[in-house]
Design a protein around this ligand. Structure first.
Ligand code: HEM
Length: 486
């Protein structure tokens, strides 16, 4: 009996090894990998995936295979990635067990759905974001109102030791909250929202640091093993809490078909083809989660960069005072006249580089295809390495330096297109960020309003710490500022 069992196990292991290395041979080159562990022991240390990916690019070139533990083809060259991600061949997301909690129906929502469902919900979300902005610029108005409330709130704080993290968070969260559910939280009464955000940060930290997560993502059966099932269950529970929050909010929105929709939930119930509440819930959850932490984190980085580089801050303020003045709220129409501020925003997004390689954003080939001459069989997982392109593309001279002038033409009057094109914090192609327009509005109006109203400096005797907290989102460390009213 024991002999037979040993034989079966040996046959299974041999088959697995054969299959693993045969598949490995059909993909672009990459480091030696071990079945089940992939490159987690010899190459990758979590949460420093971006460091390993850079090292591997230096060794194998811009297209290579890394095992996490399943094979992932990483693409770290702008031109190659642009062509690949603009085609439909690699536009799907991978199947991932987190869907058990982050979607409430099969193939629901936008971020992780595929095929026709994805195309329909993405189109509906983008057009609703646009409709609310059309003609009367309603979305922009919501951003301006939230920015004004933020400045009023900050002005009542101790300006010698000011916390900007929560004011920025509420500024951004309120905009997506109003877009989805039709209301804003008062700045001084938003404990519910703050609890949600802290829960989200905690869940994201789990996703980034735990060795268990990549295994469960790539080899879902491992989530039933002892110990792994315990830790996986804890991570799932954190996401479940966030999903429940969104469910309650979406269900509470009042809707009368006779009225013109004023928020996403009402627009969905009036105009979306798929009328299931589960689909509505999944879309709201995607927009709520994708739409606040990313923009908040970028604006928090913006504060650190302008506080650490007072010369840049002064130039932005000079431009604000000459184009907008001291008292008027900024509008997006001003942006075209503010080349220097636009350059600063690009440099902030490039240097903050907040999205690290991320299991939620992996793509999957839907057909046999080619990437830079390499054969890529259907089903292969592909990562667009936006992070590395923004950090290491040779067009960015001295890439570690925060230097907005790099984006300006010699006369300083226009932006350099070849650099702007390669600054891709929102991704590129078929899966490019669905909220980019809103995010750019929030970043411009948020930064301009803050610099227009306050001189932002480090606390006396301290310096700004620009080292990130490494998770799948690169968060800045929380730091207080000294603010002087302008
Ligand atoms: C600075 C802020 C933001 C950054 C840096 C950012 C970045 C990204 C990136 C890198 C992707 C994935 C691209 C890919 O997989 O190829 C993405 C997808 C997405 N983002 Fe954003 N995002 C931001 C703000 C927003 C906002 C405000 C919203 C919603 C209002 C939003 C909604 C989405 C959605 C729904 C997707 C999935 C698109 C799809 O799979 O079709 N994002 N974002």
């Amino acid at each position: 009996m024991f002999g037979l069992l040993t034989l079966v196990v040996l046959a299974f292991v041999t088959w697995e090894l054969f299959f693993f290395y045969r598949r490995r041979a059909s993909l672009p080159p990459g480091p030696f990998a071990i079945p089940l562990l992939g490159n987690f022991i010899n190459e990758i240390q979590l949460p420093y995936l971006h460091v390993a990916f850079k090292r591997l690019t230096d060794r194998f070139g811009p297209v290579y295979t890394v095992h996490m533990p399943m094979p992932v083809v990483n693409v770290a060259d702008y031109e190659i990635l642009r062509d690949v991600f603009r085609s439909n061949d690699v536009a799907d997301r991978i199947h991932n067990v987190m869907f058990e909690v982050t979607r409430s129906c099969e193939n629901g929502g936008i971020v992780t759905s595929n095929g026709e469902d994805h195309a329909e919900q993405r189109k509906f979300a983008i057009s609703t974001l646009r409709d609310f902005g059309m003609g009367k610029n309603l979305m922009e108005e919501k951003v301006r109102l939230s920015a004004k409330n933020m400045i009023d709130f900050i002005s009542k704080q101790d300006l010698n030791n000011a916390d900007l993290r929560w004011p920025i968070q509420i500024f951004v969260s309120n905009i997506i909250n109003e877009f989805l559910f039709g209301y804003q939280y008062p700045f001084d009464d938003c404990v519910k929202l703050m609890d949600f955000v802290l829960g989200f940060n905690d869940a994201v930290a789990d996703l980034s640091k735990s060795m268990i997560v990549p295994f469960v993502f790539m080899l879902p059966w491992t989530r039933h093993l002892p110990i792994i099932s315990y830790f996986w269950g804890r991570t799932q529970q954190k996401f479940q809490t966030m999903m429940n929050y969104v469910r309650v909010e979406a269900a509470a929105v009042k809707y009368d078909p006779a009225d013109e929709p004023t928020c996403f939930v009402q627009a969905f119930r009036k105009n979306n083809k798929d009328q299931r509440f589960e689909q509505l819930h999944s879309c709201c959850a995607d927009l709520f989660l994708a739409g606040q932490e990313t923009t908040t984190t970028t604006l928090r980085w913006a504060m650190l960069f302008v506080a650490a580089h007072s010369d840049v801050q002064d130039k932005v303020r000079d431009e604000i005072l000459s184009v907008i003045g001291r008292d008027r709220l900024p509008s997006m129409a001003d942006k075209a006249k503010m080349t220097y501020t636009s350059a600063v925003l690009h440099e902030i997004q490039r240097c903050a580089n907040i999205i690290s390689p991320n299991p939620f954003l992996l793509h999957r080939a839907t057909v046999d295809t080619k990437i830079a001459g390499h054969s890529i069989p259907a089903g292969t997982v592909v990562n667009g390495d936006f992070h590395q392109i923004m950090k290491s593309d040779p067009v960015f001279e001295d890439p570690e330096r925060f230097w907005p002038e790099r984006y300006l033409t010699g006369d300083g009057l226009a932006l350099r297109k070849e650099l702007v094109d390669r600054t891709i914090p929102f991704g590129i192609g078929k899966r490019q960020c669905a909220g980019e327009g809103l995010a750019r509005t929030e970043l411009f109006i948020g930064l301009v309003t803050l610099v227009q109203n306050f001189r932002i400096s480090p606390l006396p005797g301290s310096t700004i710490d620009l080292k990130p907290i490494y998770t799948v989102v690169h968060f800045p460390k929380t730091q207080s500022f000294r603010l002087e009213r302008i």
